[in-house]
Ligand binder design. Structure first.
Ligand code: IFM
Length: 458
């Protein structure tokens, strides 16, 4: 039996725009995802988050589901456009009322609330002024963080500033497959910096309000060479690792931007956005680092290869290898060793800060059999990745908790509703929730604080 340490925290995660719906309720303002999802061709099936899982109105039932699973922590995100409909300016207390009620409901069931302040739903009013390419957005974020902390800080102990700034910057401003849909590499790098600055300023603001546990959630990738013996492939790994991992982690951990990465992004224009004290601000001490992991990335040096486009600006000559082994419904390769390697690497290269797996999970084409959702593939995915976490713990990585992505099937951004990551199936027509086999499996893992002997069993 793979026993987890006493006090290991089991939970699940969601994000506001993916589950809440109620986009016009109680004074919420529009976000970049409202705009983007209404742009023809931007989201599969023309889906939007307008109704999603209607969690805004059904949160009590959803918290009861969490309690039934035995979750000890729930990571959700606060929608900035509910709290500050215009991005800056007066706080909309009616928007905060919702999170107030949610936090109370969670606590009354013994579930630790773990809010993330930014999970991609930037107020449209801020995007209209340049969004993350505008330094003022980072300052506005710190003010918004203070407003949320003022209201919830007496009951919330663990805070996350941003979720996956890599996605916000590169997918939002580089490749344009996420909101706001811009395709400008220089803008992507500027966005990286202002997101990091927002994290630093937000961390300072939360601490000034008395917050004790503040962290950042990243989606580091295990970058691997197609040919482990090739020096050229090793160079490709270094560049992609720099653009994906080190560009965020080095400054957050007080090492400043890596010189090779700064030199690379200098090809897209002088980093005029880097003011003298910014790196100090970004390095505001954190108490936890959240790791979202789904799959590894394999790269090879191949003259003439197109590279990663706006997702990895300036990587022409690098081939991003398609998945070689089994994949999830997203086409993402299933390889738990990537998670174990990452946790060990983070523990080694960025020591001293507890790690949390703040997202891990998979979309599959679940089958409904006589009212039961049979999702053996998800159980096997979770089981394999938890074994990888267990292995990393045994090797000394300081991992404190594991949160499944996701509690509910939900709006999977540019892929709409057809990709289902939930432990709980959602019928979007009726809003009926049905815990999948994986939910029952997860309940028993939590109850035993251990994985079953053979793996995959219920
Ligand atoms: O659904 C997303 C989530 O919002 C952020 N991390 C990855 C998940 C799956 O794509």
């Amino acid at each position: 039996m793979s026993q987890f340490p006493e006090g290991f925290v089991w939970g699940a995660a969601t994000a506001a725009y993916q589950i809440e719906g109620a986009v016009d309720a109680d004074g919420r303002g529009p976000s970049i995802w409202d705009t983007f999802s209404r742009t023809p061709g931007a989201v599969d099936g023309g889906h939007t988050g307008d109704h999603a899982c209607d969690h805004y109105h059904r949160y009590r039932d959803d918290v009861a589901l969490m309690a039934d699973l035995g979750l000890r922590a729930y990571r959700f995100s606060v929608a900035w456009p509910r709290v500050r409909p215009g991005g800056v300016g007066p706080t909309n207390q009616r928007g905060l009322d919702f999170y107030d009620r949610l936090v109370d409901e969670l606590r009354s069931h013994g579930i630790t609330p773990m809010p993330t302040l930014y999970h991609w739903d930037l107020p449209q009013a801020l995007e209209d002024r340049g969004g993350w390419t505008n330094r003022a957005t980072a300052e506005a974020f710190a003010e918004y963080a203070t407003a949320v902390h003022d209201r919830l800080g007496d009951r919330v102990d663990k805070w996350v500033t941003l979720n996956e700034p890599w996605c916000s910057a590169y997918l939002g401003y580089g490749s344009g497959i996420h909101a706001p849909g811009r395709t400008d590499p220089a803008a992507a790098f500027t966005a990286v910096h202002h997101l990091l600055l927002a994290h630093g300023l937000g961390t300072q603001a939360l601490r000034a309000g008395g917050a004790r546990n503040v962290g950042l959630v990243v989606n580091p990738v295990a970058v691997r060479p197609a040919d482990p013996d090739s020096a050229a492939d090793a160079e490709a790994v270094r560049l992609v690792d720099g653009l994906h991992n080190r560009i965020f982690l080095d400054p957050v951990f007080g090492n400043g931007y890596p010189p090779d990465v700064l030199a690379h992004l200098g090809r897209f224009g002088e980093p005029t956005w880097l003011a003298e004290t910014d790196e100090k601000t970004i390095a505001a001490p954190i108490d936890l680092l959240g790791v979202n992991y789904y799959n590894p990335t394999y790269v090879a040096a191949r003259p003439g290869a197109p590279g990663g486009g706006g997702t990895y600006p300036g990587t022409e000559g690098i081939e991003f290898r398609p998945a070689a082994g089994p994949t999830t419904a997203m086409g993402w390769e299933i390889d738990p060793t990537g998670l174990g390697d990452l946790l060990r690497r983070l523990h080694r290269d960025y020591p001293g800060v507890p790690l949390w797996v703040t997202e891990n999970g998979a979309a599959f084409e679940d089958r409904m059999v006589a009212g039961r959702i049979v999702d053996a593939a998800r159980i096997s995915y979770l089981d394999g990745h938890l074994r990888a976490v267990h292995g990393a713990l045994a090797d000394g990585a300081d991992v404190r908790g594991y949160l499944v992505w996701s509690l509910l099937d939900n709006f999977e951004w540019a892929w709409g509703y057809d990709k289902r990551f939930g432990l709980v199936h959602v019928d979007y027509r009726t809003q009926l929730r049905t815990p999948k086999d994986s939910a029952h499996w997860y309940r028993s893992v939590i109850a035993r604080n251990a994985l079953p002997e053979a793996g995959g069993g219920r």
